[in-house]
Write a protein that binds this ligand. Sequence first.
Ligand SMILES: C[S@@+](CC[C@H](N)C(=O)[O-])C[C@H]1O[C@@H](n2cnc3c(N)ncnc32)[C@H](O)[C@@H]1O
Length: 232
Amino acid sequence: MKTDKTNIGELFDSISPSYDFLNHFFSLNIDKLWRKKVVKQLSGKKEKVLDIATGTADLAIEIIKQDKAKHIIGIDLSQGMLKKGQEKLDKLKLSDKITLIQEDCHSLSFEDNSFDAAVVGFGVRNFRDLDLGLREINRVLKPKGEFIVLEFSKPRYKIISFFYNIYLNHILPLLGRLFSKHLYAYSYLPNTINEFVYGKDFVERLNKAGFEKATYKEVSFGIATIYKAVKR
Ligand SMILES: C[S@@+](CC[C@H](N)C(=O)[O-])C[C@H]1O[C@@H](n2cnc3c(N)ncnc32)[C@H](O)[C@@H]1O
């Protein structure tokens, strides 16, 4: 049975207080290195960047740290995640450079051809309708606008895959339940990773949604993958 994604906003609202801590804890801080790599993919400094499913704004903050954008709009379904993100922006005095808005990426309020680049970190896996979400991102990008995606994938090597699957499917849900006090959220994570398209299959979906020149690079033995494409 496919994972139910109808109440995604509420799910992330409920884990937002512990999201940052658990994210870094479960990944042993490797998620920070992955985000750094993602931002390095942006060619030059952009005028306006859209960070989709921005959550607590970590990717948007990294873009500013690497001086890759003048202004970023971060959108997310979850008010709880955005609230945590806004607290970080206030602390870092970045509110003039990053604007957070509650929006659903399946129906964005922005005009066609508005952004020079768009990024998504661990967000596409959660879309209710992947093809619709990708088409909508494509719509708001300028022609030749860059699109970078960071998403979990599945390790290629059998031995790594074996241990990773034990961690992902058994240890992580158990620890997640303990720390976040949420019964379902950290079973949702492995379920969506196991179901999600990755590698060549994801590139096909990008092409179908109006992107071209799509390439991808596995990171950390394929636990995650970074995709890069441009709007056709
Ligand atoms: C795993 S978090 C990733 C957050 C952040 N990008 C990061 O790198 O840590 C996934 C986020 O996707 C958001 N999300 C899921 N579906 C969405 C949609 N249709 N539109 C906007 N945000 C969505 C969730 O609310 C959640 O904050």
